[in-house]
Design a protein around this ligand. Structure first.
Ligand code: MG
Ligand code: MG
Length: 256
């Protein structure tokens, strides 16, 4: 994947549309979260997401993306699966699983991108800690999304938050600018040095997405050419929001 991608600054009218896209995306994720019960097939989660998207006249940028074309509107990852898991009618959730759901929404030509990880029924203390650290790392990154900071400040905040708590953060998969395309510049790695990278300006819209693993930062891709799993089989989690840099506080677009 090339990261010589264009950086597009958005004006207030474009941010407003992206906020609407983010709101719709949040309602899709909320509908899926309600269905995280033992016995539910991951394909049913995708169907629930598509119903909400359709009710808003929207589609997901995931469907048909890449090579081979991604077949569904959301990704569903269970336990050691980190990102890009493909929903399937025979894959059923079990009590104690942790499940990561990632979804995008295209609304009036703009994309919102967001993800969360949640438990199915009771989960282990180890899994609970993983979820808390990953979500905490997302907000540590968001806190840096201020005019005058740099993308390296976001990366360093995420890496420090995770590693100071004894967990591992992915090297290969990164946050990214988002707008008319799902992936724009700048690339925002989940590891890096404070003070480096691109200067943040008001009107930049970026998807920040820490992916955290319990036993290693190493991953591998399954033969389906999409599903990314931890190399050692340990649990993983993923939280993501699309955020706008403003003149003041960071504005999280992918909330209800
Ligand atoms: Mg995403
Ligand atoms: Mg993303």
């Amino acid at each position: 994947m090339s990261w010589e991608r264009q950086i597009n600054i958005k004006g207030p009218a474009e941010i407003k549309i992206m906020r609407e896209a983010g709101h719709i995306n949040a309602s899709v994720l909320a509908a899926v979260k309600e269905r995280l019960q033992p016995g539910v097939a991951t394909a049913d989660l995708n169907a629930a997401a598509e119903e909400v998207l359709k009710s808003h006249g929207c589609v997901s940028p995931f469907k048909g993306y890449g090579h081979p074309p991604f077949p569904t509107s959301i990704t569903v990852c269970i336990n050691d699966e980190m990102v890009h898991g493909i929903p399937h009618p025979k894959r059923k959730l079990k009590a104690g699983d942790i499940v990561s759901i990632d979804c995008g929404t295209i609304h009036e030509g703009f994309v919102a991108d967001s993800a969360f990880t949640a438990g199915v029924g009771e989960i282990s203390p180890e899994a609970t800690n993983l979820l808390e650290v990953t979500e905490g790392a997302l907000y540590a990154g968001i806190e840096q999304m201020r005019k005058g900071k740099r993308t390296g400040d976001i990366s360093a905040a995420i890496q420090n938050y995770v590693e100071s708590r004894g967990l591992y953060v992915t090297r290969e998969y990164t946050g990214h600018g988002v707008g008319r395309k799902m992936h724009e510049g700048p690339q925002v790695p989940n590891v890096g040095k404070a003070g480096g990278g691109l200067l943040l300006r008001s009107g930049l819209t970026i998807a920040i997405e820490p992916m955290v693993l319990i036993g290693t930062h190493e991953t591998r891709v399954l033969p389906d050419k999409w599903t990314v799993v931890s190399a050692d089989g340990s649990l993983t989690a993923h939280f993501e929001h699309t955020i706008a840099v403003t003149e003041g506080e960071p504005l999280i677009l992918t909330v209800l």
